[in-house]
Design a protein around this ligand. Structure first.
Ligand code: ISJ
Length: 358
């Protein structure tokens, strides 16, 4: 009975799917042509500003009933597959596979990329600098624990630019080979994850040793090889290493998120809604920070982030990591940057890239 009713509806879906398939391949053929044009001038395959515009447009024009965010997820993958016909870009990230960094790679680039897992954040930068990877994806900041200092230090030194950013929810689970805690003598995770779960761990397992390891993915791998080791990691890492969940969502803050930066040699053109990141330092005297930032207010440029980090030269001097709204090529941003550069003891433009909402 139900099947009788479903049959004609499914026939409609089949007919629409055939049209979708045809349209998708027509789109792919045009992307191939774009690829040929780019190849003639050695132009970059991945154009984040164009992809951001496509995603904004589909959300703006979406009549529903599909949710706009879901539509964007679909188009992210369509663009990823089309882009891969031009060339499959390689993206380095903090591995092993199963980490939140890997999740961030797929969220930003879609699935049709070559992921290159690296053992450390330093290696991610090196892979992109050496050209082994086209881009690197690195964690910048966690909503509960603050800045990822190693990334900030490397951004200061690197020749790469920031070409994008994204933020993803971070939910940690406590996992073991058996799915239970019997016989467990140590809990492994990345130091950030241990910090993000410390109140819960202090309450539940105050007497089990905690050990910081290179990544949560590595913790999951260790737990898969040793029944006396528990891992704190994302569920994807647990699935990859066949772990059982002892307890899901053990992070102290249920809204825990991490922001990632995409680094590479590409400097994206303006997309219409962009953000610019820079690092500044001032001489250590009264009012210096206030004076330094005055050009932003004067030119009507909004600051969206201000983070300080000790310069580590033995005196109380700081580097300031600043994000502002707009692209460095926009007139008011460019005018503010010229003045900032004049006032600063140190100035480094990290990059302008499309602004993305969480
Ligand atoms: C097709 C292009 O190449 C890539 C693929 C895109 C797409 O599928 O829409 C958009 C931007 C590029 O990352 C392009 O540059 O227009």
């Amino acid at each position: 009975m139900t099947d009788d009713k479903l049959k004609p509806l499914r026939e409609q879906i089949d007919a629409i799917d055939a049209q979708l398939l045809d349209l998708l391949n027509r789109r792919a053929r045009v992307a191939q042509e774009v690829g040929h044009v780019k190849a003639e001038t050695n132009a970059p395959v991945f154009r984040p500003e164009r992809e951001a515009q496509v995603l904004r447009k589909v959300a703006d024009n979406n009549p529903g009933p599909l949710d706009s965010h879901d539509v964007q997820t679909i188009f992210r993958e369509i663009m990823s597959s089309c882009r891969a016909l031009e060339r499959r870009v390689t993206v380095a990230y903090l591995g092993p596979s199963g980490t939140f960094s890997e999740q961030a790679v797929y969220l930003q680039f879609g699935r049709a990329v070559e992921g290159l897992p690296c053992a450390t954040i330093d290696e991610v930068f090196r892979a992109a600098e050496a050209g082994t990877a086209d881009f690197g994806v690195v964690p910048v900041e966690n909503s509960s624990e603050g800045a990822i200092n190693r990334t900030l230090d490397l951004l200061l030194q690197t020749t790469l630019s920031i070409s994008g950013e994204l933020s993803i929810p971070i939910h940690h689970s406590l996992m073991t080979k058996s799915g239970a805690m019997d016989g467990v003598t140590r809990i492994c995770a990345h130091s950030q994850a241990l910090a993000q779960c410390q109140a819960w761990l202090n309450q539940q397992y105050p007497n089990i040793e905690r050990q910081a390891v290179a990544s949560n993915g590595e913790a999951a791998r260790l737990a898969s090889e040793d029944p006396a080791t528990a891992a704190i990691a994302g569920e994807i890492a647990g699935q990859r290493y066949n772990l059982g969940i002892v307890k899901a969502h053990v992070q102290d803050d249920p809204h825990n998120r991490t922001r990632f930066a995409v680094v590479g040699r590409l400097q994206p053109a303006p997309s219409g809604k962009d953000q610019t990141s820079l690092v500044l330092a001032v001489p250590n005297k009264a009012g210096a920070v206030h004076n330094l930032l005055a050009p932003l207010a004067r030119h009507g440029v909004s600051m969206t982030r201000f983070e300080s980090r000790p310069a580590r030269i033995g005196t109380w001097e700081y580097y300031f990591y600043v994000d502002v709204e707009g692209h460095a090529e926009e007139a008011k941003v460019s005018a503010a940057l010229v003045e900032l550069r004049q006032n600063a003891a140190f100035f480094k433009l990290l990059g302008s890239y499309p602004f993305t909402l969480d």
